[in-house]
Write a protein that binds this ligand. Structure first.
Ligand SMILES: NC(=O)c1ccc[n+]([C@@H]2O[C@H](COP(=O)([O-])OP(=O)(O)OC[C@H]3O[C@@H](n4cnc5c(N)ncnc54)[C@H](O)[C@@H]3O)[C@@H](O)[C@H]2O)c1
Length: 275
């Protein structure tokens, strides 16, 4: 993964970044990119083993050790379920005790996962079970909101902070299956706008990135991919994780100092509607 990271990074020296779901996939790529720019990093996942689900690292602790070895800023790890308020509060306390106040929060954790694991089935508008619908909303929308509630009040006090939330292509257009997942992502995008409005007087910026299909290890392991969409000049392809991480890095950086309440669709132009 690391060779895809920005060679000339934005400068995040002196910053503390908590990236949820950074044990693997996009979150990990984002954490590595911010680390490369000099930020101290709190890696996070739901449990120790999550980074190993698709073979990306034996454990969260092992990943923290690997990234710490790169020198520069500190790397630590925290575990918790973002859909549980007590977990979010405890994680933030632990991170801030070890690294100092969080100045960058990336809410990357999420996914279309049923209450008992796997994908909801059925996964449509009328027949998804209520249990799975709640699980998907909790893992995505409620989790993002709870993390913001745990971190952003401190940013307000310090009059400094950048939050980047995660939408998806599915949050912008009608989809089936993955209907409730699309609704949860749409809710995250609108929450982003509303929180950004509330934060205007306080100098805290809140933005979102909406990726199109992206070749994370999970993505590659859980579907049949089209080889023609893996590489090439055409933008009618899958995104690479680094392409999403670069967009997050921009939104987290001082170069985006007047960008607030925006949703950056990083999908190669797959969704070309106004707004
Ligand atoms: N890869 C894509 O094609 C794609 C496209 C659009 C949006 N996204 C979004 O990007 C984000 C990352 O996706 P990815 O492809 O890297 O997936 P991934 O499954 O590899 O990573 C998601 C991470 O979130 C963690 N997580 C999930 N639920 C959690 C919870 N309740 N508490 C704590 N951690 C939890 C997982 O353990 C995992 O580490 C997700 O929000 C996803 O919806 C991905």
């Amino acid at each position: 993964m690391s060779k895809e990271i920005l060679s000339q990074s934005f400068n995040f020296e002196g910053q503390v970044a908590l990236v949820t779901g950074s044990g693997r996939g996009l979150g990990r790529m984002i954490a590595e990119t911010l680390l490369n720019g000099g930020a101290a990093i709190a890696l996070h996942d739901i449990n120790e083993e999550a980074p190993n689900a698709f073979g990306e690292s034996p454990s969260l602790t092992a990943l923290a050790a690997t990234l710490s070895g790169r020198g520069g800023a500190k790397v630590m790890s925290v575990i918790g379920d973002i859909s549980k308020e007590d977990d979010t509060k405890a994680m933030v306390k632990k991170v801030e005790a070890a690294l100092g106040p969080i100045s960058i929060l990336v809410n990357c954790a999420g996914g279309d996962i049923a209450a008992k694991g796997g994908k909801p089935n059925p996964n449509d508008a009328l027949y998804i079970s209520l249990e799975d619908a709640h699980a998907v909303m909790n893992r995505n929308f409620m989790g993002t909101m709870l993390m913001c509630r745990a971190v952003v009040p401190g940013m307000v006090q310090r009059q400094n902070g950048a939050v980047i939330n995660f939408g998806s292509l599915n949050g912008h257009i009608g989809v089936s299956p993955e209907v409730v997942y699309g609704c949860a992502k749409a809710a995250i995008l609108h929450y982003t706008r509303c929180l950004a409005l509330e934060m205007r007087p306080h100098g805290v910026r809140v933005n979102a990135v909406s990726p199109g299909p992206t070749t994370t290890a999970r993505f590659l392991a859980t579907r049949t991919t089209d080889p023609a969409k893996m590489d090439g000049v055409s933008l009618e392809r899958y995104a690479k994780p680094a392409e999403i991480a670069h967009a997050v890095a921009f939104l987290a950086s001082s170069q985006a100092g007047f960008v607030n309440g925006q949703v950056l669709r990083v999908d190669g132009g797959m969704t070309l509607f106004a707004g």
